[in-house]
Design a protein around this ligand. Sequence first.
Ligand code: ADP
Ligand code: MG
Length: 248
Amino acid sequence: MTINRGETLIKVEDVHKIFGELHALNGVSNEIKKGEVVVVVGPSGSGKSTFLRSLNLLEVPSRGHIYFEGVDITDKNVDINKHRQKMGMVFQHFNLFPHKTILQNITLAPIKLLGKSKEEAEACGMKLLERVGLEAKANAYPSQLSGGQKQRIAIVRALAMEPDVMLFDEPTSALDPEMVGEVLELMKQLAKEGMTMVVVTHEMGFAKEVASRVIFVDEGQIKEEGTPEEFFEHPKDPRLQEFLSKIL
Ligand code: ADP
Ligand code: MG
């Protein structure tokens, strides 16, 4: 993989999201560069998921623009599906297809959307499964897997689409504590390989170790951001100080 680190991959420009009376995002701007691992933290209900989901337009901003690889994907004339394919998304609750095998879960989108042959998609899928040590589960169904295994499969499924960025929304929050490590380990590997990642998480250890940048979202706004060191050692915003004092 060749990465031109430092090049902007996603640009968020004054994004607002309004649900009825609620201003869930209130003027968010940011730039995510290639190869960056951006960790997003903040209180429950502050707008973290809405922010993340806006990046691939699962939530359509009420106002503002999102540029992905230089294209304004908030432009109504843009074929969003084409761009969304390049953004892998991993959710808290895995969202695997329950009636499909693990290998089918992984190969479905590459066959349908990338036009890969079944053989090619399966060969790639098996390689990815080997990488996470789950090749023996290729023909199993999601219900036969542990939570940690399911989440690793969900990550592999996203990787099978050869994305340019991976978006994670609290990927370990639904897991039993003993399974958190295996998922974080895989995410660390991806980061090491240069994958651009935006990760909403409460795992501060992960943020400290892996993040290039940490963002604090509060009341629909980015209130502070910085390197893990600046962010955790010298927080400036009083709400961030309070937030950190509760969770660290
Ligand atoms: P977080 O991920 O930080 O917990 P969210 O982004 O999920 O926060 O939500 C931010 C706010 O927007 C919350 O008050 C939430 O209830 C509200 N919200 C999120 N999605 C919707 C929706 N689809 N309809 C109405 N309100 C929503
Ligand atoms: Mg959320």
